[in-house]
Design a protein around this ligand. Structure first.
Ligand SMILES: [Mn+2]
Length: 370
């Protein structure tokens, strides 16, 4: 049952990342209508392929949903993916897409595949079953939290996993009440950071993420299995593989950090850094952590993807600035990409890199003066 376009477009301009809202408890959200849409679609499925974003939110979402699929005796495989290979042909039916924005040109690829899309990025009016928290609430809710709220009875004991996914996607600030409840219930440290990055749950998100930064898709699958099979956060804390990968990744991140301090370029409120492409797997993680250490700045980290393209990770903590608006102004330079108000990833043609950076500098610094 596809949602109708008129209904979808009504939600297209809902505000997100609205930090003035009163803290909401995740358990108070009602997604029963969306759950029914998913249930109707799943009815009769014997197998499924989960295409999930290659990040902690994507893997946590997969781990949570896998429990629902197991309960229904639906066999499944998980395929961690990113936007770069999302446009390859999909040759199978019964696809569940988690934490990935399905838009042109990818949507053509997925139509007629009997697909379910559960995502929290922008809502795109395409004709496939789709549930997005923005259809119901004007809050920023990562997919892990959305799936938990969709199936809160069945996933009652998985609340700490949902919290890890939410924090990893920088949703801790909005879901403060939920994160604190979960932390207190399991006797976990809360820390001082408003996004909970320094809490026990946030640190676990960071530790798991090191498997992805070091091993890409293979690491992501490990995260999926570890999360699926763990009954408690202590089990993950004791995991030697997580610990050794975390130590290794931390060492590399420190090397990148000292190079960043030496070679970053500052233009008003914009920080630009060209990261060595041998560290490209660290680019997204490094961008996010560095952005939180540079409040009121826009951080653009880029690297050479191949002979033709460069990849940019842009992070913003500047209020009243929407990076998606910047992307809209520059669609002519962007090959592909997207994201949120405060975090985007885009691919730009090599000969456009300078122009793209200048455009970002003008956009951000122009905004400040107005
Ligand atoms: Mn997400």
């Amino acid at each position: 049952m596809p949602l109708d376009h008129g209904l979808l477009s009504k939600y297209l301009n809902l505000p997100t990342h609205n930090l003035n809202v009163k803290f909401m408890n995740l358990l108070e959200l009602d997604f029963s209508d969306q759950r029914e849409i998913i249930e109707m679609k799943l009815n009769g499925w014997s197998h499924a392929t989960i295409l999930a974003h290659l990040d902690i939110d994507g893997m946590t979402s997969s781990a949570l949903l896998s429990k629902i699929l197991r309960n229904k005796n639906i066999r499944f495989r998980v395929y961690p993916t990113n936007y770069e290979d999302f446009n390859k042909p999909i040759n199978y039916k019964n696809v569940i897409i988690l934490d990935l924005e399905v838009k042109e040109p990818y949507s053509a690829n997925i139509l007629d595949k009997n697909a379910i899309v559960i995502d929290h990025h922008n809502i795109n009016p395409i004709d496939i079953t789709l549930v997005n928290p923005k259809q119901k609430y004007p809050y920023y809710l990562p997919t892990s939290g959305h799936i938990f709220a969709l199936y809160k009875e069945a996933l009652e004991k998985e609340d700490w996993k949902a919290a890890i996914g939410i924090i990893s996607d920088a949703g801790g600030k909005e879901w403060k009440e939920f994160i604190e409840k979960v932390s207190n219930y399991y006797n976990l440290k809360i820390g001082k950071d408003e996004y909970f990055f320094d809490s026990d749950l946030g640190k676990m998100a960071e530790k798991l993420n090191s498997l992805i930064t070091l091993h890409g898709r293979r690491g992501a699958l490990k995260v999926f299995f570890k999360l699926s099979n763990s009954k408690s956060i202590e089990e993950l804390e004791k995991d030697k593989e997580i610990q050794s990968n975390y130590e290794k990744a931390s060492k590399i991140l420190n090397e990148i950090k000292s190079d960043f301090e030496k070679n970053k370029v500052e233009e008003g409120r914009v920080l630009i850094y060209n990261i060595d492409s041998k560290y490209k797997r660290f680019s997204s993680t490094f961008s996010t952590s560095t952005a939180f250490e540079n409040k009121n700045k826009v951080l653009a980290i880029y690297y050479k993807l191949n002979d033709e393209f460069y990849r940019f990770n842009i992070r913003s903590q500047v209020e009243n600035l929407d990076l998606r608006e910047f992307l809209k102004i520059n669609t002519n330079m962007i090959v592909q990409g997207g994201g949120h108000k405060g975090a985007v990833g885009v691919t730009v043609k090599e000969n456009m890199v300078k122009e793209f950076i200048n455009s970002l500098i003008n956009y951000v610094n122009g905004k400040n003066q107005s």
